[in-house]
Write a protein that binds this ligand. Structure first.
Ligand code: TXA
Ligand code: MG
Length: 319
């Protein structure tokens, strides 16, 4: 079983010796390994049971860290990085030839980001290679936002989990590529469209109905084991579920007292704050998933700001 600890030197030691370490970021925990070696990248895919055509994000300590990894940096990427790095924003850019095809699933592009967690930035500065780190969950399951979530899912497969507390953002990074100088959102995430529009008034969105460029865009993803139904109307969706052992998850506790006593009730925020909701969402889903309900009924949140990313995850987790 993985040791959970705060020892950066120990984490660096494992990574330098081609072992995997789970690392905290501001979004979710990552399953990290040397991003320049086929051996470690293969280990990552194996531990997650992830298909090899679903590429990884390379994490670096500073903006300069992407220079040896990517070929061309559009002017707009520079502006966005100045505004939001370190932070929950990932760029997909043409890769340099030495970046292993295994890391990019054979694509000519590579995903890169500078995470905002101080522990992980310090760890990265102890290493002379980027860290490939997908979310530290088993493929298609909920991303971990605490060291305990990581231990629960993959603790028996890795030697060390660096404990950085509960992730502040709680939802994965926003992934963007570029068409010329125009940002294209491939995955909604912790950085909202509105924030990107502050830097670039033009933003394109590639949703499921267009060409799939990031497997994060495949419809089924991020699911708990328990059946999850996402709905815009809790009362309506309760019809037909009367005989089930139910949990209801809403943004605020407002409607809880109108619900039957037999229903377990939870909320993402006390006052409807969407950042608090994102921060709590995966932890709540982990907890509810462990309580053996027949079904978890989750209410969509307002479609604004980070709410769009929360709803995207709920839709994908839903049956
Ligand atoms: O917040 C995050 O992004 C977390 C933390 C650990 O940094 N990482 C994360 O990684 O969510 P992962 O592997 O679970 O999701 C990365 C997504 C995948 O959906 C993958 O398809 C996409 O990034 N991706 C990676 N390289 C790509 C590329 N060259 N083109 C398009 N999409 C790419
Ligand atoms: Mg993931």
């Amino acid at each position: 079983m993985a040791e959970i600890g705060f020892d950066l030197e120990k984490a660096a030691y494992f990574l330098k010796n081609d072992e995997l370490v789970a690392i905290p970021t501001e979004t979710v925990y990552g399953l990290a390994g040397n991003g320049l070696k086929n051996l470690t990248i293969e280990k990552i895919y194996k531990v997650k049971n992830r298909p090899g055509n679903n590429p990884l994000i390379l994490h670096v300590p500073t903006f300069e860290g992407i220079e040896p990894i990517v070929k061309k940096i559009p002017e707009m990427a520079l502006k966005l990085a100045q505004a939001y790095w370190p932070g929950p924003l990932t760029f997909v850019l043409p890769k340099q030839d030495h970046i292993p095809d295994l890391a990019t699933g054979g694509l000519p592009t590579v995903a890169v980001r500078v995470p905002a967690h101080e522990m992980t930035r310090s760890l990265l500065s102890l290493l002379d290679f980027p860290l490939a780190a997908p979310s530290a969950n088993l493929s298609n399951r909920i991303s971990p936002t605490t060291a305990e979530h990581v231990a629960f899912q993959i603790g028996d497969k890795i030697p060390y989990i660096l404990n950085g507390g509960q992730c502040t953002q709680g939802i994965e990074s926003t992934i963007i590529g570029f068409e010329g100088n125009i940002p294209v959102i491939y995955r909604h995430g912790a950085l909202s469209i509105e924030e990107i529009q502050k830097i670039s008034s033009d933003v394109l969105i590639r949703n499921e109905h267009r060409k799939i460029v990031a497997p994060g865009m495949f419809s089924k993803h991020y699911a708990p084991k328990t059946r999850l139904i996402a709905t815009r109307n809790i009362h309506k969706s309760l019809g037909g579920l009367e005989d089930q052992k139910l949990a209801v998850l809403t943004l605020t506790p407002e409607i809880h007292n109108c619900l039957n006593d037999s229903i377990h009730k939870a909320c993402m925020s006390s006052n409807g704050d969407l950042f608090e909701a994102a921060h709590n969402l995966y932890d709540l889903l982990y907890k509810l998933d462990a309580m053996n309900f027949d079904c978890i009924l989750v209410e969509y949140v307002p479609d604004t700001g980070i709410g769009i990313s929360i709803n995207d995850r709920l839709k994908r987790a839903s049956v």
